[in-house]
Design a protein. Structure first.
Length: 257
């Protein structure tokens, strides 16, 4: 499906709109609604699978497009589509490397998931908060669209091994986790496949790099150094500051594609 609104505004979730992993501040929600009322098509683009975006949005913005799994999943009009998945050979090679470094992981299918990490890992609080999916064995997933390593003997070596296999790899040093996605899948690549070329974007982490690089108005939330060269505006990770910047979009003249 191709999106052709007058203006599109794209938002990462965790660390950009949501600062506790669970809820979005009411001031930000109000500003997002103002943008929507002003004619913006809202897109929420996250490392989370679509399943884990829904509880955070809590029913708000039902017409928004959702990009999950760093671009491997897309939900348009409530229909979730897996855009990219690991091939059997890719998954076999990735699992071999995960076993080599004794990794614990979260593997996401189009909806359900497999998890082998510690029960008390912080990521568990963000997985299936709405109780919408099933935890299954890895071999029960019809496809794997994202592979998140939460523990390993050598995170850096494992990340490099994934890159050598030709996968998209985001090593989040602050959280000590590694995101693996099939091929060169990114949030920006998924957005472009939807026909969106002119857009505003808000992000906070290295997995937002291409999204911000190609945006007409690129807003960095926080101070990730990897986004230094692509951010037009930098905001503190504060709900009031983020809400004010979003609110300003509602009154700005829309950019043309």
């Amino acid at each position: 499906m191709i999106i052709t609104p007058a203006v599109t505004s794209v938002f990462d979730i965790d660390g950009t709109l949501c600062f506790d992993g669970r809820v979005i501040d009411d001031r930000i929600l109000t500003a997002l609604k103002a943008c929507e009322d002003a004619g913006h098509h809202l897109v929420f683009a996250s490392a989370r699978p679509v399943r884990d975006l829904l509880p955070v949005l809590d029913g708000a913005f039902p017409t928004a497009t959702l990009i999950g799994g760093n671009g491997s999943l897309v939900s348009v009009d409530g229909q979730v589509t897996a855009r990219a998945a690991f091939t059997p050979d890719e998954l076999h090679a990735l699992i071999a490397q995960a076993e080599r470094y004794r990794a614990g992981y979260l593997a996401d299918g189009p909806w359900d998931y497999a998890y082998t990490g510690p029960h008390d890992h912080p990521i568990r609080g963000r997985v299936d908060q709405g109780g919408l999916a099933r935890r299954v064995r890895l071999d029960e997933l019809p496809a794997v669209v994202k592979f998140l390593v939460v523990t390993a003997d050598d995170m850096t070596a494992l990340a490099e091994a994934g890159r050598a296999l030709g996968m998209s790899v985001n090593h989040h040093l602050d959280e000590a986790i590694i995101d693996f996605a099939p091929g060169r899948t990114t949030k920006w690549e998924a957005l472009a496949a939807l026909g969106v070329n002119a857009y505003n974007a808000f992000g906070n982490d290295i997995n937002d790099l291409d999204l911000l690089r190609h945006a007409q108005h690129a807003v960095r939330v926080g101070a990730h150094p990897g986004l230094d060269e692509v951010a037009h505006v930098t905001l503190p990770a504060d709900p009031q500051a983020v809400a004010a910047e979003i609110q300003s979009l509602a009154t700005a003249a829309p950019a043309t594609a």
